[in-house]
Ligand binder design. Structure first.
Ligand SMILES: [Zn+2]
Length: 154
């Protein structure tokens, strides 16, 4: 942490305080110019943007993922808690990829990997639409139509 006054890198921490808002505040002293200043540390958690097939970019939203999963798991013996844990796992993976943007196909593949282990019918349902629909909302809209319901049973 450079000194804001002289840009020196030689600073000393005088005091460290954990705050209730999950931040850590430090009082520092510059060893070159002897000025004192404060720094604040906080956890950063950023989801990447999702690049769709048509090139458009949207923020990654766990709520969108939930909708897609709920429809894929409709009428299947799957608990809400199982869906929640898939969302948590995928969100964590997406965050840990640590990129500004990732392809929507990666999300689709992550979902399929989880559903394959969980429920074969939900997996097939999601897989049958994931290749032709790039967006969870399109998927949700399509899955509501009769056409798509019929195609599951074929
Ligand atoms: Zn300084």
């Amino acid at each position: 942490m450079n000194c804001p006054y002289c840009q020196s890198v030689d600073t000393k921490v005088l005091e460290t305080r954990s705050k209730q808002d999950n931040t850590i505040k430090r009082r520092r002293k510059c060893l070159s110019c002897h000025e004192k200043f404060n720094t604040v540390e906080r956890v950063t958690f950023h989801y990447p943007n999702i690049i769709k097939k048509d090139g458009s970019v949207q923020p990654y939203l766990p709520s969108k993922l939930r909708k897609g999963l709920e429809y894929a798991c409709q009428k299947r013996p799957i608990k809400i808690s199982q869906i929640e844990s898939i969302i948590t796992k995928i969100s964590k993976t997406v965050e840990q990829i640590n990129k500004r943007e990732i392809s929507s196909q990666i999300i689709g593949q992550l979902v399929l990997k989880e559903l394959k282990e969980l429920d074969q019918a939900a997996f097939v349902r999601f897989a049958s639409v994931y290749r032709s629909f790039d967006d969870i909302q399109e998927f949700v809209a399509a899955i509501k139509t009769d056409n798509l319901e019929i195609s599951y049973d074929q």
